[in-house]
Design a binder for this molecule. Structure first.
Ligand code: 4NP
Length: 155
């Protein structure tokens, strides 16, 4: 059974598709499966935002085939690790948890870089392209740490 990780943001079109593509590129595909989801339902079935696709492409990642979906309660059982992009996502996801085992699977992604600081990955949706570039950098640094930990623990 592969180890499963899901990246969660609000819309599942800007931040979490990038996080999915970045982390997947750092892990062996035979052992790990990375997915993403949104807490909201607006973008179910949609491709990632063009600006996220472009940002990924600049770093040789193709995220254009991803499709938006909404986070669901069964994801707590399907996934081993749940990384959320901001504090609002954290509250929305934790609220759906049925017990403490499910709750402790949820972690703010930037706590991997800045432990216990509860820093948000800012939502770039209403901003400009440079917001996506800075989100990429944060996620890339956080995913380096996550990948290293997961590989050490599970391979
Ligand atoms: P994301 O950005 O959570 O990083 O995918 C957003 C995209 C769309 C919306 C909100 C956030 N929206 O309200 O449609």
């Amino acid at each position: 059974m592969p180890i499963k990780i899901v990246m969660v943001c609000l819309g599942n079109i800007c931040r979490s598709p990038l996080a999915e593509g970045i982390l997947a590129s750092k892990l062996p595909k035979t052992k790990f499966k990375v997915d993403s989801a949104g807490t909201g339902s607006w973008h179910i079935g949609h491709s990632p935002d063009e600006r996220s696709i472009l940002t990924a492409k600049k770093h040789q990642l193709d995220i254009s085939k991803q499709k938006g979906r909404q986070f669901k309660v069964s994801d707590f059982e399907d996934f081993d690790y749940i990384y959320v992009m901001d504090n609002s996502n954290y509250h929305d996801v934790v609220e759906l948890a049925k017990n403490n085992d499910q709750k402790v699977k949820v972690e703010l992604i930037l706590n991997e870089l800045f432990p216990n600081e509860n820093v948000d990955v800012p939502d770039p949706y209403y901003g400009l392209q440079n917001g996506f570039d800075s989100v990429y950098k944060m996620l890339d640094e956080a995913c380096d740490i996550i990948a290293e930990k997961l590989i050490q623990k599970h391979t």
